[in-house]
Design a protein around this ligand. Structure first.
Ligand code: NAD
Length: 264
């Protein structure tokens, strides 16, 4: 049976770990060829070793405009085209609360989380136009992009901005045949989650139980999300199964942002 991304070429940022890594693995398994962009060269090289000529790793710091442009150019140079752009790279950013925010910390966090997605959208859309094709852009937002209080100020505001960028880009690029959607992951079992909450990854399930106990029930589906849960959503949004879908924010969060946490 043909894979659901047969013949397609994708750029995935933040591909060396967690959600990006799971998505790279799934996209290749579904027939895509992938430019895996990240700043973690060691894990990037390992990923390239696993997938052979179906995946190329590129060092790309998404806070650099030129580096994002180069990642898109790499797709065209290496595989001849681009069909899917997954703007996924991220990190917690400046941990300062509102009362202690600095302009420098705020700008740095917004550049990492939101400006990167917008620039990735621009360069991908330009490539789609150059090759006169449709295309799919997917941005990783967060529950913190839908509600306050999940994370720090910079992260929360940055992820809200990712959703704004998604909706505005969908409006402007829809008439060009380009779809732009966001995924809003809940708490997903990855190193970033472990770092944000200050628990080792091995103790993540224990931590989920603690959160559930504290909030009555954190989410109707009582487990942590897995990177593969997000990868499956990205596969749907990147594939031709969703060609009438644009501008949406798809929560993949076990119901956390849809159901009152006290509703045990
Ligand atoms: P992760 O730490 O496992 O992976 C993030 C990857 O991004 C790493 O490989 C890292 O090297 C890379 N990266 C960081 N800064 C970069 C930069 N400047 N340029 C290029 N690459 C960079 O974390 P993850 O959970 O897989 O995170 C992926 C995305 O999901 C992020 O945008 C994150 O904010 C978002 N997210 C995660 C969760 C969660 O609970 N894990 C929840 C909601 C949203």
């Amino acid at each position: 049976m043909a894979g659901r991304l047969e013949g397609k070429v994708a750029v995935i940022t933040g591909a060396a770990s967690g959600i990006g890594r799971a998505t790279a693995d799934l996209f290749v398994a579904e027939g895509a060829r992938v430019i895996a962009a990240d700043i973690d060269d060691e894990r990037g090289a390992e990923l390239e070793g696993v997938h052979g000529d179906r995946l190329r790793y590129r060092h790309v710091d998404v806070t650099s405009e030129a580096a994002i442009a180069a990642a898109v150019d790499a797709a065209a140079a290496e595989y001849g085209r681009l069909d899917i752009m997954f703007n996924n790279a991220g990190a917690p950013g400046d941990p300062a609360p509102v009362l202690e925010l600095t302009a420098e910390g705020f700008d740095r966090t917004l550049a990492l989380l939101a400006r990167s997605a917008l620039l990735g959208t621009r360069f991908a859309a330009q490539q789609f136009q150059k090759q006169e094709s449709a295309g799919a852009i997917i941005n990783t937002a967060s529950s913190a992009g839908l509600q306050g209080g999940w994370s720090t100020a910079g992260y929360t505001i940055g992820k809200h901005a990712v959703i704004g960028a998604t909706r505005q880009s969908a409006a402007e690029l829809g008439p060009l045949g380009i779809r732009v959607n966001a995924i809003a992951p809940g708490i997903i079992r990855t190193p970033i989650m472990a770092r944000s909450f200050g628990v080792p990854l091995e103790r993540a399930e224990e931590f989920a139980e603690f959160l559930n106990a504290r909030h009555g029930r954190l989410q109707p589906i009582g487990r942590l999300g897995l990177p593969s849960d997000i990868a499956e959503a990205a596969l749907w949004l990147g594939s031709d199964a969703s060609t009438f879908v644009t501008g949406i924010v798809l929560p993949v969060d076990g119901g956390a942002t849809s159901v009152y946490a006290g509703a045990a």
